[in-house]
Design a protein around this ligand. Structure first.
Ligand SMILES: Nc1nc2c(ncn2[C@@H]2O[C@H](COP(=O)(O)OP(=O)(O)OP(=O)(O)O)[C@@H](O)[C@H]2O)c(=O)[nH]1
Ligand SMILES: [Mg+2]
Length: 239
C-alpha cells in the first residue's frame, strides 16, 4: 500500500497563546501523523513560547516566527514554503488557531485530494455547512464579502472566503511561486482566482464554523476595507 501523503496544517497566529494547547491536542487526537506549523508574527502575548512549550512534548509541532504582523495571507504563503522545503509536506492544510475550524474535518479534506482534486474547501455554503452564534452584522459582512468576491472575480467555489482548506503540493507550490499581490484576508479569494484560472480542480466539503474558543478577532474594519479594495485591484490587474 502507498504511504499516506505527509500532511502539514499551517496555522497563522497573532496573539493566540490561549488557543495553542487546545489546537495541538485536538489535531493530535484526530491523527498524530498530521504535522502542525504555527506561523507566528512575533505576537506580543508570547504565542511563540507557548508553541515551543508544546513542541517540546509533541514532535508534530513546528514553529516559524516572523518579525512582525504581516498578514494572514503572507503567513500562509511563507508557511507553505517552509512546510514543503523543510518539513517535506506533500499536502497543505490552512486552518485558523482559534478552533473555529474543527480539526476533525481535516481527514475529509485530505481524502478529497486523494480523489484527484487540487483544492478542497471546507464550506459553510453547501448542504450540511453553516455557522453558529453569529451576529446579524457578522453574517451580513461575511455574505457581502463572499458575494462580492464571487461576483467580481467569477469564482465557482461557493464559500470563497473560507480559510479552512486543503491543497495539493502542486497547488500550494503554484501559489508560493505566484507571489500573489495580497498579504491579508483577501489571500483566500485571490488564491482561488489564481488556481481556478489555471484549471485546478476544486471541491467543497461542508463544515460548521464554530465560535472562537478564546482570545479576540483580528478582523476589524480596516481589514474589511482592505479586503474589498484588494478584490477590485485583483479584478483590474489580475494575478
Ligand atoms: N501570523 C499571522 N496570523 C494572523 C494575522 N492576522 C490574523 N492571524 C491569524 O489568522 C487566524 C484568523 O484570524 P481571526 O481573527 O480568527 O479572523 P476570523 O476567523 O476571520 O474572524 P473571527 O470569526 O472574528 O475570529 C487566527 O489564527 C489569527 O491569529 C497576521 O497578521 N499574522
Ligand atoms: Mg477566527
Amino acid at each position: 500500500m502507498e504511504a499516506p501523503a505527509r500532511t502539514c496544517i499551517v496555522i497563522p497566529t497573532y496573539n493566540e497563546k490561549e488557543n495553542v494547547e487546545a489546537v495541538v491536542l485536538a489535531v493530535s487526537a484526530v491523527d498524530p501523523a498530521f504535522q502542525m506549523l504555527f506561523v507566528d508574527d512575533s505576537s506580543p502575548d508570547g504565542t511563540a513560547d507557548e508553541v515551543r512549550r508544546m513542541a517540546a512534548s509533541h514532535a508534530n509541532v513546528h514553529l516559524l516566527v516572523r518579525e512582525g504582523k504581516m498578514g494572514i495571507g503572507s503567513a500562509h504563503m511563507d508557511g507553505f514554503r517552509h512546510a514543503m522545503d523543510e518539513l517535506g509536506a506533500q499536502v497543505l492544510v490552512e486552518m485558523d488557531s482559534d478552533l473555529q475550524h474543527p480539526p476533525a474535518k481535516v481527514p475529509e479534506l485530505v481524502s478529497a485530494l486523494g480523489r484527484g482534486y487540487d483544492v478542497a474547501v471546507a464550506s459553510r455554503k453547501v448542504e450540511g455547512g453553516g455557522t453558529t452564534n453569529w451576529s446579524l452584522w457578522r453574517r451580513a459582512v461575511s455574505r457581502g464579502a463572499n458575494l462580492l468576491a464571487r461576483g467580481v472575480l467569477g469564482l465557482k467555489v461557493k464559500d470563497s472566503t473560507s480559510g479552512f482548506r486543503a491543497l495539493s503540493g502542486g497547488a500550494a507550490g503554484a501559489l508560493v511561486e505566484a507571489r500573489l499581490p495580497t498579504s491579508s484576508y483577501s489571500f483566500q479569494v485571490a488564491s482561488l482566482f489564481y488556481l481556478q484560472k489555471r484549471g485546478m480542480k476544486m471541491t467543497e466539503v461542508p463544515f460548521v464554523f464554530e465560535p472562537r474558543k478564546a482570545g479576540r478577532s483580528k478582523m476589524g474594519l480596516g481589514e474589511m476595507a482592505r479586503f474589498f479594495g484588494n478584490i477590485l485591484k485583483i479584478r483590474a490587474l489580475g494575478v
